[in-house]
Design a protein around this ligand. Structure first.
Ligand code: NDP
Length: 313
């Protein structure tokens, strides 16, 4: 029987059963010599790190008295950040595969809106009178300048869109106009012919895009929301779409998920529903960040992507 070296971390898998089948092999190879990943422990006090997802079974972190890190397998942490039993440091997921997926989703839909691809109904009508503007003439605003908002904004810049990024701190993203804080949200929205929302679900973002703020968007504006559904007042959004004030909304996330079959979004001509598929954590690429954090923990270095509990992200 082989015994692990004394500094080998004991890592408890607390993700879903389905995710385990995807994660098991890449996790084992990325953490070889660094950690022993287990799915059950006789003694919770022996656990150093917990790999967590809200769709796993773990709800109570109290018994893990020596755990020094809870590493979320998901980028969004709204379902764990308020858990009163969680006293251990929490890190969110930043995965190059997930980021790439999100960038592709945003890019695809932004170009579709920009080029008016849906204008060309296959109905025998020769509509050749519209000259679409080129990307530099199209104003895009990204809400959120984090791992995902920042990456989406950089992709918009590469295409040539006139891009602004709004975040709490006004974080700079090269090639974009940086806007920060409540006072500049009006400006961020007023210019947004295409609005991309990549904000987390927190007390500060819930209901942020209410009727008043949605009405600041230019006439015919398109909204892409792959962040969180709680950001937008869905009734107000429907009203503006019904009246033709807004052009189109591509929604990946909703206040209630799955979106009920009878919800008016499903059949609305100005709404495209994608079922929370914009971007997934990909084990093959995500394990590198997980292993990096385990190594940092073992060597006493600062951990990556720690969540600020007070801010909620
Ligand atoms: P980050 O934590 O890296 O970035 C969050 C960004 O939001 C930061 O720029 C932050 O500002 C800004 N922010 C937070 N609160 C506010 C506020 N009240 N006002 C203004 N700006 C605010 O998150 P990620 O980029 O990694 O992810 C963003 C979200 O995307 C996740 O929280 C998740 O909900 C969602 N997501 C959706 C997926 C999908 O498939 N639909 C997949 C993965 C994630 P600052 O920079 O100043 O701190």
């Amino acid at each position: 029987m082989s015994t692990a070296p004394a500094d080998t971390l004991t890592v408890l898998w607390a993700g879903s059963e389905a995710a385990w089948t995807e994660w098991r092999a890449p996790l084992k190879s990325a953490t070889c010599g660094l950690a022993k990943v287990v799915r059950e422990v006789p003694d919770p006090a022996a656990v150093d790190v917990i790999l967590y997802a809200p769709n796993g079974a773990l709800k109570d972190f109290t018994p893990f008295v020596n755990a020094r890190l809870v590493q979320s397998l998901w980028a969004g942490v709204e379902r764990i950040v308020g858990n009163p039993t969680l006293t251990q440091p929490l890190a969110r997921m930043v995965d190059p595969g997930l980021t790439r997926g999100m960038v592709e989703w945003c890019l695809g839909w932004a170009l579709r809106m920009h080029l008016g691809m849906d204008r060309y109904a296959q109905d025998g009508v020769w509509r050749n009178h519209v000259l679409p503007p080129l990307a530099p003439e199209r104003k895009v605003t990204v809400l959120g300048a984090g791992a995902l908002g920042g990456a989406a904004a950089r992709a918009m810049v590469q295409v040539g869109f006139d891009t602004a990024v709004w975040s709490a701190s006004g974080r700079e993203i090269e090639g974009t106009r940086a806007l920060g804080g409540e006072e500049s949200l009006t400006e961020a929205l007023r210019r947004a012919e295409i609005l991309i929302a990549l904000l987390p679900d927190t007390a500060g973002t819930r209901g942020l895009l209410d009727a008043r703020r949605l009405a600041l968007l230019p006439k015919g504006a398109n909204i892409l929301n792959p962040g969180r559904g709680t950001l937008i007042d869905e009734t107000a959004l429907l009203g503006l779409l019904n009246r033709g004030v807004l052009g189109h909304a591509v929604l990946d996330v909703f206040a209630a998920e799955p979106l009920p079959a009878a919800h008016p979004f499903w059949r609305h001509p100005r709404v495209t529903v994608t079922p929370h598929i914009a971007a997934e954590t990909r084990a093959a690429t995500a394990v590198t960040m997980v292993a990096d954090n385990l190594r940092r923990l073992r060597e006493g270095q600062p951990l990556l992507h720690l969540v600020d509990r007070a801010r909620g992200y």
